[in-house]
Design a protein around this ligand. Structure first.
Ligand SMILES: [Zn+2]
Length: 186
């Protein structure tokens, strides 16, 4: 299995999903600057972010938590908590940074250059786009118990329940099946 999953349909939600099982056994998958570097390359935000240090990691984690808090409280009411208002300011601040630079070479290959600033901007802008678009109403949380991954449901039926079949759908179905078998044995 790949180290990181990209199933959310939005960069900002995929980043939010790098903190797993948020309501139970919170598990950090961006544990080190090297982890972040691999995530950035896997996500395709920039081709090579160069050296990522612990400050860069702290900034990305901070933005990630701001995104998660903000989408969970969206749309903001007048009585929104200070923490949520700060999360909005944090996302907007990231979105003001320079975006990754895209260039095309003569063979038709596109390159994306940038470092941590450009990654923060790409995530911030993605959150701005998501929360200002009708797509925000298609945002869901995975239906598997304890999985707190968010995704945008772009299925035609609008009935997608799992962040991913392999990760959660099949496991949840197997658990339900076992539970039903147990009940029928009693
Ligand atoms: Zn899930």
């Amino acid at each position: 299995m790949d180290e990181f999953v990209f199933v959310s349909g939005r960069l900002c939600l995929d980043l939010a999903g790098t903190m797993l099982w948020r309501r139970s056994t919170r598990t950090e998958s961006l544990g080190s600057p090297a982890d972040l570097r691999r995530w950035i390359v896997s996500a395709g935000v920039v081709d090579d972010p160069g050296l990522v240090n612990s400050r860069g990691l702290a900034r990305v984690r901070r933005l990630r938590e701001a995104v998660y808090l903000l989408v969970g409280h969206w749309p903001l009411g007048d009585d929104a908590d200070m923490a949520v208002k700060e999360a909005l300011a944090e996302v907007n601040e990231a979105a003001r940074l320079p975006l990754p630079k895209r260039q095309l070479d003569k063979s038709g290959r596109a390159t994306r250059t940038g470092s941590v600033d450009e990654v923060l901007s790409a995530v911030g802008c993605d959150a701005v786009d998501l929360l200002s678009s009708p797509q925000v109403s298609q945002m869901r949380e995975c239906a598997r118990d304890d999985c707190t991954r968010l995704f945008v449901d772009l299925s035609r039926s609008g009935a997608r329940r799992w962040c991913g079949m392999a990760e959660c759908g099949n496991r949840q179905k197997a658990a339900t099946f076992r539970r039903r078998q147990k009940q029928s044995e009693v």
